[in-house]
Design a binder for this molecule. Structure first.
Ligand code: ADP
Length: 263
C-alpha cells in the first residue's frame, strides 16, 4: 500500500511537471509572437524619423547651395548616407523577421566594401576610443547578404571597442583558412573570418551564453548600455548563411569572435 501511494505521488509530481512545462511552452510561444510584432512596429516607427533626417539633410544641401562650404556639404552628405544605410538595415531586418526562414538574397560581395561601411558607421566611436582598427590583409569577395554581414562586422567591432579597458585599444579584422568536417566523413576548407580585440575577455563558462538573447555579462554602467541582443542577431545572420560562430578568449587579455559564411 505504501509503495502504491508512493507511485501515485510520484506520478502526480511528473504529471504536474509536464503540465507546467506545457504551460511554459505556450507562454514562450506567445512571447516570441509578441517579440516579432514588437520588432515590426519598432522598425516602422524607426523608419519614419530616419526618412525625415535624410530629407532634411537633402533640403539643407538644396536650400543653402553654395553657402555651406565643401566641409558642410560633405558632412550633410555623410548624414544622408548613414541614415540611408540604417534605413536599409531596418528594411532588411523587417524582411528578415517577415521571411526569416524564407527568401534571403545573396550575391557576390567584396567584403572590403562591407567593412568600409561598418567602419564609417563606427567612425565616431573609433575616434572617441582612439582605438586602432587593423586589417592585416584585404578581405575576399564572398557570396552573402551584404547588409546583414555589414551588421555582423559592425556588431562585433562595436563590442570589441566597448568591452575594452586598455589604454591602447586595438581591434583586428581578418580571415584564415580552416579545415572542417564536411558531414559526409570527409573534410572541406572554409574561410573563418575573425574580429579580435585586446579587451577584458570573456570567461570560458560564458562562451556559449553570450549568444543567448538578452544575456549580458558585464556591468552596464561600466561598459555602456547595450541590449544583449547584438550577438543573438549576429548568430542568426551567420547561421542563415549556413555558417557558424564561436568565441575564443582569455580573461584580461582579449577576445576573438570567429565566423564562417557557409563556404
Ligand atoms: P550587448 O548589447 O550587451 O553588448 P551583445 O549580445 O552584443 O549585447 O553581447 C552580450 C554580452 O557579451 C555583452 O553584454 C558582454 O558582456 C559580452 N561581450 C560581447 N562581446 C565582447 C567582447 N568583445 N569582449 C568581452 N565581452 C564581450
Amino acid at each position: 500500500e505504501a509503495a502504491r501511494r508512493f507511485r501515485v505521488a510520484v506520478l502526480d509530481v511528473v504529471v504536474g511537471h509536464a503540465e507546467q512545462v506545457a504551460k511554459l511552452n505556450k507562454e514562450l510561444e506567445a512571447h516570441v509572437e509578441e517579440l516579432d510584432a514588437f520588432a515590426y512596429v519598432a522598425s516602422h516607427d524607426l523608419k519614419e524619423p530616419l526618412r525625415g533626417i535624410h530629407n532634411y539633410a537633402a533640403f539643407l544641401i538644396e536650400d543653402y547651395q553654395g553657402k555651406l562650404g565643401t566641409d558642410g556639404e560633405v558632412k550633410l552628405r555623410a548624414m544622408m548616407r548613414l541614415s540611408q544605410r540604417m534605413e536599409s538595415l531596418i528594411e532588411s531586418l523587417l524582411h528578415y523577421s517577415r521571411t526569416g526562414r524564407g527568401e534571403f538574397v545573396v550575391r557576390d560581395k567584396d567584403l572590403n566594401a562591407v567593412l568600409r561601411g561598418a567602419r564609417e558607421m563606427l567612425q565616431a566611436r573609433l575616434q572617441e576610443t582612439a582605438a586602432d582598427l587593423r586589417v592585416p590583409r584585404p578581405l575576399p569577395t564572398v557570396r552573402c547578404e551584404p547588409v546583414m554581414v555589414g551588421e555582423v562586422f559592425g556588431n562585433l567591432i562595436s563590442n570589441a571597442l566597448k568591452y575594452n579597458d586598455k589604454p591602447d585599444k586595438w581591434v583586428e579584422v581578418g580571415y584564415e583558412g580552416r579545415t572542417e568536417p564536411d558531414g559526409e566523413g570527409g573534410t572541406k576548407s572554409v574561410t573563418a573570418f575573425y574580429v579580435r580585440d585586446n579587451g577584458i575577455g570573456i570567461p570560458a563558462k560564458h562562451h556559449d551564453a553570450v549568444f543567448r538573447i538578452f544575456k549580458r555579462l558585464h556591468a552596464r554602467d561600466k561598459f555602456g548600455g547595450g541590449t544583449g541582443a547584438g550577438l543573438t542577431i549576429v548568430k542568426k545572420v551567420v547561421e542563415r548563411h549556413g555558417g557558424r560562430i564561436w568565441v575564443e578568449s582569455t580573461e584580461g587579455e582579449g577576445t576573438t569572435f570567429y565566423f564562417t559564411l557557409g563556404g
